[in-house]
Design a protein around this ligand. Structure first.
Ligand SMILES: [Zn+2]
Length: 251
């Protein structure tokens, strides 16, 4: 069910055990070849497919397109909620649905910069309601739910999500090819981090003057459709687990 298309009495009539799905994304630079709305369009498509498969079983909000994109602010056009603002934004959206009586809330994230503040927000909300044992608050990036895309298509070279990369460019070629620029002319930007596995704080211009990270030139629309299928299946599986949760306690 799409919240945006429902009158409020229809929402009021829902079982409060219905999982609420909030897709989160960003409006930020995606190199020279992809539009700034890439993350929002991609998580929008992944969650559209999931909602279609689970229609009456989940309540889905519109994509929260404003993300925590401070590390991309050197590139004109990027919009960002600073990390502390973003924590409050996500916490408030979750609190809205707790106030309406819903108990299962799933953030399906489409932008890496949202992960740390988004998880923090859910943790804060959980502590605020620490006496309750009937809340299920989940945060998951759609590409990090177990997908191994190169097993489905060995021509996919990328192994983990990068930025405006083979995966994202491929999905944009499948979804909105008219918005994809000359990705074949882009150079590879090595995604390696010399201090890994330590997390090094970064601004994107340190790593990539053009803005992308990875090898966009490897993208094809066919790879993009394969990725959409894999990622949406993973999201559907997670939402089914939320639907089937007992309603109390840890398991
Ligand atoms: Zn992206």
């Amino acid at each position: 069910m799409l919240l945006a298309e429902m009158p409020w009495p229809q929402v009021a009539a829902l079982s409060r055990d219905t999982p609420v799905v909030i897709p989160t994304a960003a409006l930020e630079q995606h190199g020279h070849h992809l539009p700034v709305f890439t993350d929002s369009m991609l998580v929008g498509e992944v969650t559209r497919r999931a909602e279609e498969a689970l229609r009456d079983k989940v309540l889905m909000t519109p994509v929260m397109w404003l993300g925590n994109s401070e590390h991309h602010l050197d590139y004109p056009g990027t919009m960002s909620a600073a990390p502390r603002t973003y924590i409050s934004l996500v916490a408030d959206m979750v609190e809205n649905f707790i106030a309406h009586g819903f108990k299962r809330i799933v953030i399906v994230n489409g932008h890496g910069g949202n992960t740390v503040p988004g998880q923090h927000a859910l943790f804060e909300v959980r502590q605020r309601h620490r006496q309750r044992d009937d809340l299920l608050l989940l945060f998951a990036a759609y590409w990090a739910l177990g997908a191994v895309p190169h097993e489905a298509d060995p021509s996919i070279e990328q192994r983990v999500m990068q930025h405006a990369c083979e995966w994202e460019t491929a999905m944009m070629l499948a979804l909105a090819p008219h918005l994809v620029g000359d990705y074949q002319a882009t150079e590879t930007v090595d995604p390696a981090s010399p201090f890994a596995p330590a997390m090094r704080a970064w601004v994107t211009k340190d790593r990539s003057p053009p803005g992308h990270i990875g090898t966009p030139a490897l993208a094809t629309a066919e790879k993009g459709e394969t990725l959409f299928k894999i990622f949406s299946a993973d999201v559907i599986h997670l939402l089914e687990r939320a639907i089937n949760w007992s309603g109390r306690g840890w398991n």
